[in-house]
Design a protein around this ligand. Structure first.
Ligand SMILES: [Zn+2]
Ligand SMILES: [Zn+2]
Ligand SMILES: [Zn+2]
Length: 278
């Protein structure tokens, strides 16, 4: 299984739109890993996790082959993860030879997509899935399903109504994608117990500025506690890899500073284009 981090930023990207903070200015000067687009992932060549405002550039940079894309998983109904405007280009007159697509997420995600489409001019009586030429599969929090040869476990995230994290398993390898979330509620820990993933990617939005933040997102100290609990519960293999990801400039999150904190804790720092082969 190959995981590509297409984006590693929170909602407003880094450097952030409109922002004159010292961290955004330093990010502009440093470039490289300090240029962060909105969080999304590519799994092998056939699965996208999240579809945010930077998805066109991200798919181009990853040389995504639309003939191979089978499914898009949406973690939750926030605009940095669910960019409805760019879903519209599946329509006749825009994209050509559009292939079937499965989209997967909660009922709240589908309601959000429908609401946005209505505002963008979809006739109210038009069915969202027919309008976007896709099949939508509703996922219940803390449930398991399969899509093709991909096994999907969906622990409920602690973030907003209708938010999921995903454990994806294929060919004996597995990854946990745990953004956006704070430390899970008990039901999610029980659901995912013993999953034994090879890689855990963990929300680090509040980063260094708010190390104890556990409100919807995590700061660095909470990320370490979350990773430790993943190990204790057998969710992350003892020799598994952990990566912090989904950073806000408001978390004072310059890449070098994040590495200085996380490296001694055995946690890697995500960046745009980071690729992990399991
Ligand atoms: Zn987000
Ligand atoms: Zn800023
Ligand atoms: Zn969010």
């Amino acid at each position: 299984m190959k995981i590509t981090i297409l984006g590693s930023a929170a909602a407003e990207a880094v450097p952030s739109l409109w922002c004159n903070c010292t961290y955004c200015r330093q990010a502009v000067e440093r470039g490289g890993k300090d240029f962060r687009r909105r969080t999304a992932y590519l799994i092998d060549r056939d699965t996208l996790v999240d579809f945010g405002p930077d998805i066109a550039d991200q798919c181009r940079d990853a040389a995504l082959d639309w003939n191979l894309l089978e499914r898009v998983l949406i973690t939750h109904p926030h605009s940095d993860h669910c960019n409805v405007t760019d879903m519209l280009w599946r329509q006749p007159g825009y994209a050509q030879n559009v292939r079937p697509l499965e989209m997967l997420g909660t009922a709240e995600v589908l309601a959000y997509i429908t609401q946005r489409l209505d505002a963008l001019g979809k006739p109210e009586d038009a069915d969202t899935c027919e309008y976007l030429k896709l099949t939508y599969r509703t996922i219940e929090p803390n449930s398991t399903l399969t899509s093709g040869d991909l096994e999907i476990l969906a622990p409920k995230a602690n973030h907003c109504p209708g938010a999921l994290n995903f454990i994806l398993r294929r060919g004996g390898k597995s990854v946990l994608i745990a953004n956006d979330t704070a430390i899970w509620e008990d039901a999610s820990w029980q659901f995912a117990a013993g999953a034994g993933v090879d890689l855990a990617i963990i929300d680090s939005t509040a980063a260094l500025r708010y190390p104890d933040n556990n409100g919807g997102h995590m700061g660095v100290d909470v990320v370490c506690r979350f990773r430790d609990r993943l190990l204790q519960n057998g969710i992350l293999k003892p020799d598994g890899m952990a990566i912090a990801n989904h950073f806000s400039h408001n978390g004072n999150s310059l890449h070098a500073d994040l590495e200085a904190f996380y490296t001694p804790h055995g946690i890697a720092v995500g960046y745009d284009g980071m690729t992990i082969e399991l």
